[in-house]
Design a protein around this ligand. Structure first.
Ligand SMILES: [Zn+2]
Ligand SMILES: [Zn+2]
Length: 428
């Protein structure tokens, strides 16, 4: 069966997240977005795991489903065009901060469990090592390799995935506090790592430049801190809709079950270019080299972005395909395409309303972005929107790249183009 999976999100118990992150809303938004499998996020946090146990029940496939009485109470909020099965899989992110080989390392990993029992036993082990109540994403003074060993002890079928691997501050390959290879971090346990999360600021094409990553399959997740961001990056599967199916698709090199990923345009990510946010300094890696790595405004060292970091570790030029390569699709969130088609801000009320209208009339967001025909989109949302979707699908958009924690800025149209599209179409 074909399904979309978003395996790394957060609950409202993580720092800087929205209070709308409840099991009920994740179930609803999974349907609005077109996602069949949602990682629970934060499954080590005691309050969140208790809530999950209360509001969901294990299915026979290693996933959780919303208890039927809750689901039936919510069903009226789901337009017929979006109705689908949504299951959850137990997952959490964990932050390891420790010293290794003479340097402080900060590594985030996503851990996905095959059962509630395994998750509970891991929770108990971590509770003995640090504070698991203060943040949905526990912060531990533990070596990431030891964390992997512990996870394997609690769950032989755990999926342990280094998160957003290029983020400068908190990742296995990050410029500021990561390593130069996955093996340097996980040593002899490296074969238990099957997948790497590429993060918002890089896409698979950039990662394929490193032959050191060939043994891993590349996955993408939203890392959502509010429900509306669910599925902004995600994974496409065509396999059994079960934990075993997902596990096989990632762990077995010959299994074709993972068929691709949904990606941001990497320039949209917060760390694509180098730069210094306080001074609004945004630098292409070539410019950084020109300025000797210092901010031309204040002279402080700039934050090295993902493009630079990959350039410094890559052993191939852009254009190489990785050994476990899958197709990928660079998308812009629908609310941004709507906002661009109307020339208004993406957080405005009219955009939110138009988004809901469109999803109710046509179907889930990801299907609108990827699958539906342009005439159908034009009929439901207008000609300018359909033209925006076409330009996005063809990659013909401009983006001011993100840097030092600042998201990139997308432009699909300028005012003249919007008028031209309307004018041409009314002329025809
Ligand atoms: Zn993280
Ligand atoms: Zn500066």
């Amino acid at each position: 069966m074909k399904f979309v999976a978003d395996l790394h999100i957060h609950s409202r118990f993580s720092r800087a997240t929205s209070s709308d992150l409840t099991p009920e809303n994740l179930w609803l938004w999974g349907q609005y977005k077109g996602i069949g499998l949602v990682g629970t996020g934060d499954c080590i946090h005691p309050l969140w795991l208790d809530e999950l146990e209360k509001k969901t029940e294990p299915d026979d496939n290693g996933f959780l489903r919303l208890v039927p009485s809750i689901a039936s109470g919510l069903a009226a909020q789901v337009p017929a065009s979006c109705r689908r099965e949504v299951r959850f899989v137990l997952s959490t992110e964990i932050s390891c901060i420790y010293k290794k080989n003479g340097r402080v390392r900060k590594v985030h990993c996503v851990v996905i469990f095959s059962s509630l029992e395994a998750c509970r036993s891991f929770q108990q082990r971590l509770a003995a090592l640090g504070n698991i109540k203060s943040d949905g994403r526990p912060i531990l003074g533990l070596d990431a390799k030891d964390l992997l060993a512990l996870a394997l002890e609690c769950d032989p079928h755990v999926l342990f995935v280094p998160a957003h691997i290029w983020t400068p501050w908190f990742s296995v390959l990050g410029a500021a506090s990561g390593f130069d290879s996955v093996r340097e971090c996980f040593e002899d346990l490296t074969p238990h790592i099957f997948a790497l999360e590429t993060g918002l600021s890089s896409d698979p094409g950039m990662n394929w430049r490193l032959s050191g990553l060939d043994e891993f399959i590349l996955i993408s997740n939203s890392d959502a801190h509010s429900v509306s961001k669910l599925g902004r990056e995600a994974n496409l599967f065509d396999t059994d809709f079960s934990y075993a199916g997902v596990y096989r698709a990632l762990a077995d090199r010959n299994d074709p079950g993972m068929t691709g990923t949904i990606e941001f345009f990497p320039e949209e990510g917060k760390y694509h270019y180098d730069g210094h946010r306080d001074c609004k300094t945004r630098l292409h890696p070539r410019e950084t080299a020109w300025y000797g790595g210092a901010c031309p405004v204040c002279g402080k060292a700039v934050t090295t972005g993902v493009m630079s970091r990959i350039e410094s570790l890559a052993d191939h030029p852009q254009g190489r395909r990785g050994m476990r390569a899958r197709p990928y699709f660079n998308l812009v969130p629908l609310e941004e395409v709507i906002a661009e088609s109307r020339g208004v801000g993406s957080q405005s009320k009219q955009v939110r309303q138009a988004w809901f209208d469109l999803v109710s009339r046509l179907g889930p967001e990801l299907s609108i972005l990827m699958d539906y025909s342009l005439p159908d989109i034009a009929a439901a949302g207008g000609d300018v929107l359909a033209e925006g979707i076409r330009l996005m699908r063809e990659g013909r958009i401009t983006i001011q790249a993100g840097y030092d924690g600042e998201y990139g800025v997308i432009r699909i149209f300028d005012e003249l183009q919007r008028k031209q599209v309307r004018g041409q179409l009314s002329f025809l």
